[in-house]
Design a protein around this ligand. Structure first.
Ligand code: COA
Length: 107
C-alpha cells in the first residue's frame, strides 16, 4: 500500500512543465533540459534539502529520471556532478543510457 509511513520511499513525480522529477512537496528535485529535438535529456541539477541529505533521496530522483529516459528512448547527458561523480559510479548499469557523443568529449 502506498503511503508516507516511516521507512516508505517518498513518491517521485514527473513535473513535465518545469522539466523536473520531484518529491510531492517539491522540495527535492532533479532538473533537466531537452536537447536534440527532445531525444536527449541533459540532467543539469539535483537538489535535496539539507535536512534530508545522505538518505539516498538524490539517487531515487536519478532512478526516476533515468527510467523515464530509458522508457522514452532518450539518451542522458550527466551534466550534474552528483549524477556523473556519485550516482553513475555507484550504479554503472545506467551508463548504457548515456549519450555517447558527449561521453567522448568528457573523457
Ligand atoms: N557532487 C557529487 N556527489 C555529491 C555531491 C556533489 N555536489 N554532494 C554530495 N555528493 C555525494 C556525497 O559524497 C554522498 O556520499 P556518501 O553516501 O558517501 O556520503 C552522496 O552524494 C549521498 O547520496 P544521496 O544520499 O543519494 O544524495 P542526497 O540525497 O544527500 O543529495 C545532493 C545529494 C548533491 C543532491 C545534495 O547534497 C544537494 O542538494 N546539494 C546541493 C546542490 C548540489 O550540489 N547539487 C549537485 C550539483 S548539480
Amino acid at each position: 500500500m502506498a503511503g508516507s509511513g516511516a521507512g516508505a520511499s517518498p513518491l517521485i513525480v514527473w513535473n513535465e512543465r518545469e522539466k523536473r522529477f520531484e518529491t510531492e512537496d517539491k522540495k527535492a528535485f532533479i532538473e533537466y533540459q531537452l536537447r536534440k529535438g527532445g531525444k536527449v535529456m541533459d540532467i543539469v541539477h539535483t537538489f535535496v534539502p539539507s535536512s534530508k541529505r545522505g538518505q539516498g533521496l538524490a539517487s531515487l530522483l536519478c532512478v526516476s529520471a533515468f527510467n523515464h529516459a530509458k522508457n522514452h528512448s532518450m539518451a542522458v547527458i550527466p551534466t550534474c556532478s552528483y549524477v556523473s561523480d556519485t550516482f553513475l559510479p555507484r550504479n554503472p548499469s545506467w551508463n548504457l543510457v548515456l549519450h555517447m557523443e558527449d561521453l567522448k568529449s568528457c573523457i
